[in-house]
Write a protein that binds this ligand. Structure first.
Ligand code: PLP
Length: 486
């Protein structure tokens, strides 16, 4: 008879961990400490990548280490290399803080360690995702029977939506792109504004549509210029076209004119309208701002993020699609080793990923914790904070407001006192604000000028943060402007 060796004797270097508790408690303590202190720390990172590499790098480990010491070392070695995005004074890009309920739910997703790809792999996560998807569709006022997917972000939401559009539009021309490929397909054109997000460009490239077939329409007052769009659509004659509209411009927060553009595209035929509302679609939840999105529900697909304005942790995007069959045909997969549910939604029929974490779970928790009113409050509070930051900073000497906050985004620039180089001076002020550490803003190009973006996207931002920030910017400007320095 064979003697079964205890596994631990066969594998001396992979010791059996007898309890998960110490490592998880250590991580929870570190996480709680980090979040408790984040508002007291400088918002910018204080260590450079080479400095961090020296601390974090080592020869490839040959032998095991105790999980608790791995976690403790990790935390010690990232010191100075993290930004304070989770705090109340991070106004860079459009990066939301994580709401505690969503963050805690995300920890559970990791602990549960389910593969949220099939109901058979995790019935609970499949059901949670069904519910969370329906809730988001209802919150955003999109058609009830839209299909949806939780993706890694808005980028993959675009890819998913435009894959469905490709299917739908080319099938409308008698060509099945899933089967035939694109070689002999009628050319599909994609149209967006010059203000469109670059993730649309990447989606076009990933889907093999060719970036030369991505047409950029000029903007008027930061919205897609409607006569220019009409002229382009006429020029494209009978070609299938996907028009990508913007719900929330990343610089100004502006919205394209959905009410005018939607009927125009409907009349044309063979035209799919996709909406990039990575953060701006959430404005629909606020009674104060919902009118900015009038007509948006007339589109064919909508992409947004939970990790921005819904304040879930990364990485959770969302796509909703009016044409379920096109969505499913573009994404669904069947394999003999998979088990497909008859009484639940298999996520892999709708997502571009195969194995994936339970992205619906933090969304479910965030919506439960906040409710429609709570989400509207975050939208309004962030927008008020953005307006106050633009106004407060804009009234400091040498500062010019370029774009007052429409929802949660605004733009200012700083005028060089010598008059020589406003762009260079604006970049210097931004760098000095980052170095000062109270708050963090990034730069951008806008109408041929350098500008500082003011973007507020976190539940954690309070009016005290706005006041502290305006004072900090004032101090920075005082130090930089000649004659005002003490
Ligand atoms: C952030 C953003 C994207 C990209 O979204 P990810 O979630 O980073 O993939 C696309 N469009 C707009 C308008 C954005 O703000």
């Amino acid at each position: 008879m064979t003697r079964l060796l205890p596994i631990e004797e066969e594998q001396p270097y992979a010791p059996i961990v007898t309890s998960v508790e110490p490592a998880l408690r250590a991580a929870a303590e570190h996480a709680i400490d980090w979040l408790a202190e984040v508002d007291q720390r400088p918002v910018a990172a204080s260590r450079t990548p080479p400095e961090l590499r020296r601390r974090l790098d080592s020869p490839l480990p040959e032998y095991p280490s105790d999980p608790v010491s791995v976690i403790d070392d990790l935390v010690a070695n990232v010191e100075g290399g993290l930004l304070g995005c989770a705090g109340g004074r991070f106004y860079g890009w459009v990066i939301g803080g994580a709401h505690p309920a969503a963050l805690a739910a995300d920890w559970l997703v990791s602990a549960w360690d389910q593969n949220a790809t099939l109901a058979a792999c995790s019935p609970a996560e499949a059901v949670i995702e069904e519910i969370a998807g329906r809730w988001v569709i209802e919150l955003l006022g999109l058609p009830d029977n839209s299909s949806f997917a939780f993706t890694s972000g808005c980028q993959l939401a675009h890819v998913t939506a435009l894959a469905a559009a490709r299917r739908y539009l080319l099938l409308g021309c008698g060509h099945d792109p899933e089967r035939e490929g694109l070689g002999n397909a009628p050319q599909l054109h994609v149209v967006t504004g010059t203000h469109g997000h670059h993730s649309v460009d990447r989606a076009v490239r990933i889907l093999g549509l060719g970036s030369k077939h991505l047409h950029l329409v000029p903007t008027t007052a930061d919205r897609l210029d409607v006569p220019a769009l009409e002229a382009l659509l006429t020029e494209l004659e009978y070609a299938p076209v996907a028009v990508c509209l913007s719900a929330g411009d990343i610089n100004t927060g502006n919205f394209d004119d959905f009410r005018t553009v939607m009927p125009l595209c409907r009349l044309r035929g063979n035209t799919w309208v996709h909406v990039d509302g990575a953060f701006g679609l959430w404005a629909k939840v606020s009674p104060r701002f919902a009118h900015l999105l009038d007509g948006v529900e007339g589109a064919d697909s909508w992409a947004t993020d939970a990790h921005k304005w819904l304040n879930t942790p990364f990485d959770i995007g969302f796509v909703a699609i009016r044409h379920r069959e096109a969505h499913r045909a573009a994404m669904s997969i069947r394999a003999p080793y998979l088990t497909h549910a008859a009484n639940a939604r298999d996520q892999l029929d709708w997502t571009p990923e195969w194995s994936r974490r339970g992205r619906g779970v933090p969304v479910y928790a965030a919506v439960k914790a906040l409710g429609r009113r709570g989400i509207a409050d975050i939208v309004e509070r962030c927008s008020d904070a953005a307006a106050n930051l633009v106004e407060g900073i804009g009234s400091l000497p040498g500062t010019e407001v370029l774009s007052p906050a429409v929802i949660n985004q605004g733009l200012v620039r700083f005028r060089d006192p010598t008059g020589a180089d406003h762009d260079g001076f604006t970049d210097r002020v931004i760098a000095a604000i980052q170095a000062e550490g109270t708050a963090w803003f990034g730069g951008t190009d806008w109408r041929g000028m350098r500008a500082m973006r003011i973007s507020v996207c976190s539940w954690a931002t309070r009016s005290a943060d706005v006041r502290k920030t305006v004072h900090a910017v004032e101090r920075v400007l005082t130090a930089l402007l000649p004659g005002t320095a003490g």
